[in-house]
Design a protein around this ligand. Structure first.
Ligand SMILES: Cc1cc2nc3c(=O)[nH]c(=O)nc-3n(C[C@H](O)[C@H](O)[C@H](O)COP(=O)(O)OP(=O)(O)OC[C@H]3O[C@@H](n4cnc5c(N)ncnc54)[C@H](O)[C@@H]3O)c2cc1C
Ligand code: FES
Length: 278
């Protein structure tokens, strides 16, 4: 977090590029206007930032870029309400505010030497993408990397050019699926939990990291339990309602844990201890 007396003060940033991902999701490549905050904004995969649109408000978003590719931040944002609608109307060159980075991060150091299975649905790939690219940029540190990613339709798949790059790599495996195909779709059709069941990964020496719609998460967790995964092997990231992002307003707690400070990354054992429902 930048060292300053007012923690709510955003740093001035500029949208460098806007990429349309799906009919309701865009990715914003953002650079800080001044060198100083850029230097102070050291983040890890899994952290988030509060992004503000002047005169509208601010909202928390996962940083979907990886710190291994320095000089910019990326946020993939689904249009939901006031702030996200305003962001979707913005174009390259326009100014926004960014404060952060906040929250804990994916324990990518603890994962060294392990096999990794990322399981994402829809826009849930956004936080996972930071960790995926971090691990790919440090490829020698990790064992097999598998990604199961699904969306409702081919049009709803995010990061399509990157999915293609991942599919073409021979040091990882992408299992792509859609709930329903279209005339041009020649890939797999089926739900993410069904792909997991079909692959049936052995739980030995593996960490699985999942993020997606609640129904997908619920079925994936059931599937992982049936395959013999322990709660400690299952990592997820939560998107609670948040306001301050820094543990002050009390909006985001689960039990005694403030998700904005202790989370958003938890393993299933930690969530059960907090009494969170899944
Ligand atoms: C740690 C964290 C990381 C996040 N990462 C991303 C991301 O990478 N990409 C992304 O698109 N979104 C992400 N979100 C969700 C994002 O913050 C909300 O979509 C955003 O706050 C909505 O703001 P708004 O002003 O556009 O909508 P509002 O006008 O505030 O609300 C519009 C609608 O969105 C719903 N909504 C608002 N906040 C949330 C929320 N946190 N979860 C679910 N529904 C909500 C409301 O119930 C309402 O129906 C993240 C949230 C958190 C806490
Ligand atoms: S968002 Fe304010 S305490 Fe977490």
């Amino acid at each position: 977090m930048p060292n300053r007396s007012n923690p709510y003060l955003p740093d001035a940033a500029r949208i460098e590029e806007v990429r349309v991902e799906t009919p309701d999701t865009k990715t914003f490549k953002v650079v800080f206007c001044d060198d100083d905050p850029r230097a102070g904004f050291a983040y890890r995969p899994g952290q988030f930032a509060e992004v503000s649109v002047f005169g509208v408000g601010e909202a928390p978003f996962s940083i979907t870029s990886t710190p291994t590719r320095a000089g910019f931040l990326e946020f993939s944002i689904k249009r939901m309400g006031r702030v996200t609608r305003a962001l979707h109307e913005m174009i390259g060159g326009e100014g926004i505010g960014v404060r952060g980075p906040y929250g804990n991060n994916f324990p990518v150091d603890e994962w060294r030497g392990k096999r990794l299975l990322f399981i994402g649905g829809g826009i849930g790939l956004a936080p996972l993408r930071s960790a995926i690219n971090y691990c790919l940029d440090n490829r020698g540190d990790y064992g097999d990397i598998d990604i199961i990613y699904g969306a409702r339709s081919p049009a709803d798949l995010v990061f399509k050019p990157e999915l293609e790059q991942w599919a073409n790599r021979d040091d990882m495996t992408l299992h792509l699926t859609v709930d329903a195909g279209d005339d041009e779709w020649t890939g797999r059709v089926g739900f993410v939990p069904a792909v997991l069941a079909e692959l049936g990964p052995s739980p030995e020496g593996i960490i699985t990291i999942t993020c997606g719609p609640p129904i997908m998460i619920r079925l994936v967790l059931q599937g992982l339990a049936q395959l013999g995964f322990s709660d400690e092997q299952i990592v997820t990231t939560l998107e609670m309602r948040m306001k301050c992002g820094i543990g002050k307003c009390g909006r985001c707690n689960i039990g005694r844990s403030y998700v904005c400070v202790d989370g958003p990354v938890y393993n299933l054992a930690q969530l059960r201890q907090l009494g969170a429902e899944h």
